[in-house]
Design a binder for this molecule. Structure first.
Ligand code: 13P
Ligand code: SF4
Length: 329
């Protein structure tokens, strides 16, 4: 079905009949096509509500590895759908908008990284999953924010490590493990936008609230945090912790699940530098319910990868999944 439709814009510019109940239509299409909808916590609430599985990057990779569906529709960004495709070379993997990239992945072009790697021979390369297949193919092990510490600790102490592309997560893991890693200078535009001063004054205004942060945030922000963790770890923390309010320094999409799981608690998004909605990831938010429906109906856009790149990038992803057998994202 996909071959005849026009995806020049990176998505199908088709607008469904406004009278359609998209929730019902998507449910029907998923069943008809034996498709599974995997969504990241940073997606809009309506997409999260219709997903078969919502998770962080590790959870989504674990689900993608195990799914028996014929089609995977990925409500997330390109590197996530690409990972699902690498794990499932014979399945159809769809992304509602191919423009849904990632500033962190973009900050690490494979040609530059190959040169960087050559400058540091004999180093084990651990790459954060937020990178392209080209970077994965140059890596020894992939990690996510859930398992980064565990993966770094799994490397023998006498081995040197390159950690890419997120310098903030890398620095945080150096602090936790005491390992002296060489860091690639990349970062996430969403997690670097938080204002230290505004967070301090928000904390003063809400002394009862705990401040929780994703490790992609900069060091001074992390230094203020009562708890630091991946998206899933932050969510779980708010469920088991006894505080009644939280200031949350990560993408705002996760607040939907936090509010659903703990309706009696208050969740305040940490403020960005300017009065923008910059803590909404502009890439994640390119996916909409409309695009999702159209993508599933016409089975496009599809993630396609050259076979050799897929085979090379599978090795470090598999290593990560094997090393993370007891962990869930
Ligand atoms: P996790 O899904 O590992 O929490 O990472 C957050 C993120 O920025 C995904 O793009
Ligand atoms: Fe990339 Fe940051 Fe958006 Fe995650 S939140 S997809 S790391 S730009």
């Amino acid at each position: 079905m996909s071959t005849s439709v026009d995806i020049k814009k990176g998505y199908l510019d088709i607008h469904p009949d406004p009278s359609l109940d998209l929730f019902e239509e998507i449910k029907k299409l998923k069943k008809e096509k034996n498709a599974v909808l995997l969504a990241h916590y940073y997606q809009d609430a309506d997409i999260q509500d219709i997903a078969d599985y919502i998770g962080d990057s590790l959870g989504l990779a674990q689900k993608a590895e195990k799914t028996e569906a014929d089609i995977i529709v990925f409500a997330g960004v390109h590197f996530m759908a690409e990972t699902a495709k690498i794990l499932n070379p014979h399945k159809k993997v769809l992304l509602p908008d191919l423009n849904a990239g990632c500033s962190l992945a973009d900050s690490c072009p494979p040609e530059e990284f190959a040169k960087f790697k050559a400058q540091h021979p004999d180093h084990v390369v651990i790459s954060y999953i937020n990178c392209t297949a080209g970077i994965k193919a140059l890596s020894d092990i992939i990690c996510t924010s859930t398992n980064a510490e565990h993966i770094v600790r799994s490397v023998p102490a006498d081995k040197k490590i390159i950690f890419a592309p997120d310098k903030n997560l890398g620095r945080y893991i150096i602090k936790k493990t005491g390992r002296d890693m060489v860091l690639w200078n990349g970062s996430c535009m969403v997690h670097e936008i938080f204002s230290l001063e505004k967070i301090r004054s928000l904390k003063a205004k809400h002394p009862e609230a705990k401040f929780i942060a994703h490790p992609e945030c900069e060091e001074p922000v992390l230094a203020l945090a009562d708890f630091i963790g991946s998206t899933t770890a932050l969510l779980n923390y708010t469920i088991r912790d006894t505080a009644k309010a939280y200031i949350v320094a990560t993408e705002t999409g996760i607040l939907h699940q936090m509010e659903k799981a703990s309706p009696d608690k208050t969740f305040i998004p940490a403020p960005p530098e300017t009065n923008c909605a910059c803590n909404d990831c502009p890439h994640m938010k390119l996916n909409t319910l409309e695009k999702l429906y159209v993508c599933l109906k016409y089975e496009a856009p599809e993630i396609i990868l050259p076979d050799d790149l897929a085979a090379k990038s599978l090795i470090p992803i598999k290593r990560m999944l094997e090393l993370s057998a007891g962990l869930s994202g």
